[in-house]
Design a protein around this ligand. Structure first.
Ligand code: DHB
Length: 388
């Protein structure tokens, strides 16, 4: 087979790219090892930046986010048992949207079906070959056991944090940082405890109260990377969350049946460059951020917005030099997001062997942010997303 752009990975990055390319009149084939059903049931983050919402709506994927999503005009930073509102609209005139990544995926997958996109789920034995030639290829076996070879002008690796395509980027530098903690994530049947997200710093560690629907809530708390979900009964989880959210202001966390428990990995990672010949990486295949600040999906969508633009020039105008701009343009945003995600993490998490100085320094930093219009604006601008 043949197509203009071969896309390895059918998560949000791969599907959004395939959609944007079709809008520009460029054909593509997407291959994905998981089934559609499996991706739809993998819980990920739930916050979209302003420009991610715009991209979904204005490129014609779907406007469901505007009806089923919830606009959040700010967040709460909670420490010392008191909540401090960061008013995004007042500070920078922007909002974020609570809209789970699973819904973003469903909208993209439906749009690909609606528009006749070529997406092969459940493939095996995937490989990329000849990435520095004019005819790079992707190999795979489809769900019926038939082997395929698709030759293209350009290959895109959008195959997630355990990327296979990344290893074809010879001479890559890999930059990363590990953290001495992880997040314990739950889903529970309860009404929301507050209208907006609450990012909490406590002496017992970080906690985040997020939401999903009127009757389902998403919450996280800092834990050890070796934590086992089986050691945490519902009672123990609620006691820990209540202790971290406790304060004198009368805030109460609403409890309910917990029906999902997972420990989330935590690290910062960047691959550089993110192009080798006619192979380009996008999303988690190229970089990973710690979850604090919910930048992962938003960065993936920002990558493919840039990628669609350079591919348009590379494919339609047959000007491969257009690909040169991809690494510097994408990575300038990526490093800002790496900085912001690491900063939000450090601002709010308890370091296992922190000194009394470290603890007071962290509280000083939190006060410096919330007591200043400039500090709150910095957080608001970064959280809602830098303009492209
Ligand atoms: C969610 C996850 C995040 O990492 C975050 O910063 C905010 C919200 C979520 O899953 O809802």
């Amino acid at each position: 087979g043949r197509t203009s752009v071969g896309i390895v990975g059918g998560g949000p990055a791969g599907l959004m790219l395939s959609h944007l390319l079709q809008v520009s009149g460029i054909d593509s084939v997407v291959i994905e090892t998981r089934s559609r059903d499996e991706i739809e049931h993998t819980h990920r983050a739930g916050i979209l930046e302003r420009d991610s919402v715009r991209l979904l709506v204005e490129s014609g994927v779907s406007d469901r986010v505007l009806h089923d999503g919830h606009e959040h005009r700010g967040i709460e930073l909670r420490f010392g048992g008191v909540s401090h509102r960061i008013d995004f609209q007042a500070l920078v005139g922007a909002s974020t949207w609570l809209y789970p990544q699973t819904d973003v995926f469903i909208d993209l997958a439906n749009a690909r079906v609606r528009d006749g996109g070529d997406v092969r789920y459940g493939v095996t034995d995937t490989a990329v070959v000849d990435v520095t030639s004019d005819q790079p290829g992707m190999l795979f076996t489809d769900v019926d056991g038939v082997e395929h070879e698709v030759r293209c002008d350009v290959l895109v690796g959008a195959d997630g944090s355990r990327s296979m395509t990344r290893s074809a980027v010879e001479n890559r530098q890999e930059y990363f940082r590990q953290y001495p903690f992880a997040w314990f994530g739950i889903l529970c049947e309860a009404p929301p405890s507050a209208p907006e997200l609450i990012y909490t710093r406590s002496d017992r560690g970080f906690a985040l109260i997020s939401q999903r629907t009127d009757s389902v809530q998403r919450m996280y708390f800092q834990c050890s990377p070796e934590e086992s979900v089986d050691d945490w009964s519902e009672d123990r989880i609620w006691a820990e969350l209540q202790a971290r959210l406790a304060g004198e202001d009368g805030f109460t966390l609403k409890e309910g049946r917990i029906f999902s428990k997972t420990v989330l990995p935590f690290r910062s990672y960047v691959c550089e460059p993110i192009r080798h010949g006619n192979l380009l990486l996008a999303g988690d295949a190229a970089h990973t951020v710690p979850p604090t600040g919910a930048k992962g999906l938003n960065l993936a969508l920002a990558d493919v917005r840039v990628l669609a633009e350079v591919l348009e020039r590379a494919v339609l105008k047959n000007d491969k030099s257009a690909l040169d701009a991809y690494t510097p343009r994408a990575l300038s945003r990526v490093w800002k997001a790496q900085y912001f995600s690491a900063w939000m993490t450090t601002l709010l998490h308890a370091v296992p062997d922190a000194t009394e100085f470290d603890v007071r320094r962290q509280l000083g930093e939190l006060s410096a942010v919330v007591d200043s219009d400039h500090g709150r604006s910095f957080l608001a601008e970064s959280y809602t997303g830098w303009p492209s």
